[in-house]
Design a protein around this ligand. Structure first.
Ligand code: FCB
Length: 449
């Protein structure tokens, strides 16, 4: 059955950051560091989902989704990142999973949605080669408790964004600005993914996937330099994370000053930049049951400026934009999905659109109604793009709206509202928006026999 769902992530919705033995993550540290997030917003309370999860499961029943993608907070389960298991943390996710199953909603947990335990950041974070193995130990703990009931698992969320924003540019936690010095974070996350796949399978997990942020890359012009820069950006954003997982090899990273020695790209220079060791790619490329794809917009790229990067983001123009300023290009999703099929062919597992959505400045009227016509148009047009990709033969098996609830949007704090359900952050009150009702009707029609 096609999965119709919504998606959230632990730090963005749970709150209760000091409750029931939860340890601190890099997002607790980062959001409390003055100047890091807009207006100093933190996820301390967020949507208070930790306490209100029953209400949120009821909202999903009302919506009629048959799947829910959420993330597990590593520090609820292992407050120090490794070692002692916190039973209360594991119990929370067990209650949630059982509540979802009772409501007829398939739980699709993601094990890492950017909230690395601070204790592991203190040991070097994803720059350290110790972290992949510790991630797999955490995956085993969660898998052993829940694999009998959870049909589908996702290891990582958007390792590209975590590397680029968290370690390359420093605009997300842990706030390091290493530019290309962040590249080992790609390899260590992917190695962690591969080791977690092994751990989950050993625990009895049925289906395992990874979620990558993917973007169609458009050269700003037909000029040779723009086309070459676009290829470089495509390599960094898309291929660096899809190729090793699906093909067992890193793409050619010459544009980044990394010269692979041999087709598999395991030569000495590549190894020194990414930290690849013998055998790693075999672990990373273990077969998967799905590829999760998060799509928000295409990227337009021109020739390098003078900042040490082999490309420039030229900005997509000529389209409507969301409150975030992101261009709205529904057909980019069809282009992305067919492009993945063309690039990977038989190596591409079934695809799940694990996030897609838009932020809008939604506020309830005095009568308590939240009208969000732009979001309805956005969802309708993107779902139609998925249908076109399926008609063109791409095996897409699910679509998850980002997000169920307005939530803590990372560096933007509570300023970007992505929810189908409005949240009044002053008291936590939930109000389904017009798009919630639209999506409910869409799902009901799609699932009608
Ligand atoms: C994605 C993230 C998700 C959310 C959306 C808007 O990159 O995975 O947590 O912030 O963007």
């Amino acid at each position: 059955m096609f999965l119709w769902g919504t998606a959230t992530a632990a730090y963005q919705i749970e709150g209760a950051v000091a409750e029931d033995g939860r340890g601190a993550s890099i997002w607790d540290t980062f959001s409390h560091d003055p100047g890091r997030t807009r207006d100093g917003h933190t996820g301390d309370v967020a949507c208070d989902h930790y306490h209100r999860w029953r209400e949120d499961v009821a909202l999903m029943s009302g919506l009629g989704v048959n799947a829910y993608r959420f993330s597990v907070a590593w520090t609820r389960v292992l407050p120090d990142g490794s070692g002692a298991v916190n039973a209360k943390g594991l119990d929370f996710y067990e209650r949630l999973v059982d509540g979802l199953l009772e409501a007829g909603v398939t739980p699709v947990p993601t094990l890492f949605h950017w909230d690395l335990p601070q204790a592991l950041e203190d040991r070097g974070g994803w720059l350290s080669r110790d972290v992949p193995g510790l991630f797999a130990e955490y995956a085993a703990v969660v898998g052993e408790r829940l694999a009998d009931r959870v049909p589908m698992w996702i290891t990582l969320n958007e390792p590209f964004i975590h590397m680029a924003f968290g370690y390359g540019l420093g605009i997300h936690a842990p706030g390091r600005a290493l530019l290309l010095g962040a590249l080992p974070v790609a390899h260590h996350q992917l190695l962690g993914h591969g080791l977690a796949v092994q751990a989950l399978r050993a625990a009895g997990a049925r289906e395992v996937a990874i979620t990558n942020n993917c973007t169609p890359v458009w050269p700003a012009s037909g000029a040779e330099e723009d086309v070459a820069a676009a290829a470089a950006y495509d390599t960094l954003h898309n291929r660096l994370f899809n190729d090793p997982v699906l093909l067992g090899a890193y793409p050619d990273l010459t544009a980044f000053g990394i010269r692979p020695d041999g087709a598999a790209g395991e030569g000495p220079e590549l190894s020194s930049a990414l930290g690849v060791r013998d055998g790693d790619l075999a672990v990373i490329s273990a077969p998967l049951d799905g590829l999760g794809v998060n799509y928000y917009n295409p990227t337009r790229i021109s020739a390098p400026a003078d900042d040490g990067l082999p490309f420039t983001d030229a900005g997509v123009t000529g389209y409507p934009t969301t409150a975030f300023g992101w261009p709205v290009v529904p057909d980019g999703l069809r282009e992305l999905l067919t492009g993945l099929r063309d690039r990977y062919g038989e190596a591409l597992p079934p695809v799940y659109v694990t996030e897609n959505g838009c932020s809008q400045a939604d506020e309830p009227t005095p009568e308590g109604v939240v009208d969000d016509p732009e979001r309805i148009t956005f969802l309708r047009d993107h779902i139609a793009a998925v249908e076109r990709a399926r008609a063109e033969g791409v095996d897409v098996r699910g679509y998850f709206v980002w997000s169920l609830l307005d939530n803590f949007e990372w560096a933007e704090g509570y300023h970007q509202r992505f929810g189908l359900v409005h949240v009044d952050f002053a008291g936590g009150k939930r109000t389904p928006k017009a798009s919630y009702h639209w999506y409910r009707e869409h799902i009901a029609a799609a699932l009608r026999p």
